[in-house]
Design a protein around this ligand. Structure first.
Ligand SMILES: [Fe+2]
Length: 186
């Protein structure tokens, strides 16, 4: 599935069609993660590919491996992130708004970790969930990231549920020459 991504003039929009700070997240966080996959279920994409068709040098994409975040978390926080005490809402880019309740943010499978964290759309009403999300955000700020400007002809490919991504705020003119990306899921 391919999708064209260009800025859309819509007030306070945060997401793949916005220009405001789009903090760390995985795409399609409301769907099942790899260890949860079932036959005929709606699954979060395993692979995310983004191709630059027109660049904006002010727009920087950041990538952060979940393993780097885990290094900066204590065991209690990791255990609490695995509890089904979180709510995840669909991002602004979804036409239909809904939310999924009572799901975990983090899964471990063997030695691997998977996450459905979305800075803008992940919540908890439980005290340990609120604290764990706060610790997770602090760990993100401390963790080692890769930053890249997706130039024309540049393609990045990464594991969606294992690599969080973000994009800084940038300005655009909405004049037909705006940043233009092509996104594909697998
Ligand atoms: Fe995204």
């Amino acid at each position: 599935m391919y999708r064209n991504l260009t800025p859309v003039k819509k007030q306070n929009m945060v997401g793949s069609h916005g220009t405001k700070n789009f903090y760390f997240h995985v795409d399609n966080p409301i769907y099942l993660l790899e260890p949860e996959y079932k036959e005929c279920s709606l699954n979060s994409p395993e692979i995310l590919a983004i191709l630059g068709l027109r660049s904006n040098p002010m727009a920087i994409t950041s990538l952060l491996a979940i393993e780097e975040v885990i290094k900066n978390l204590d065991k209690t926080t990791i255990d609490n992130l695995k509890k089904p005490i979180y709510t995840v809402r669909t991002p602004d880019s979804f036409d239909k708004k809904h939310e999924i309740k009572n799901i975990p943010i983090l899964y471990s499978y063997g030695t691997e970790y998977f996450t459905r964290f979305d800075y803008h759309n992940t919540y908890s009403c439980k005290e340990e969930g609120i604290k764990a999300l706060s610790n997770f955000k602090d760990a993100i700020s401390m963790s080692k990231k890769i930053e890249i400007c997706i130039d024309k002809g540049t393609m990045i490919i990464f594991k969606n549920q294992k690599i969080l991504h973000a994009r800084n705020e940038f300005t655009t003119n909405y004049d037909g020459y705006d940043r233009w990306l092509l996104r594909a899921y697998a």
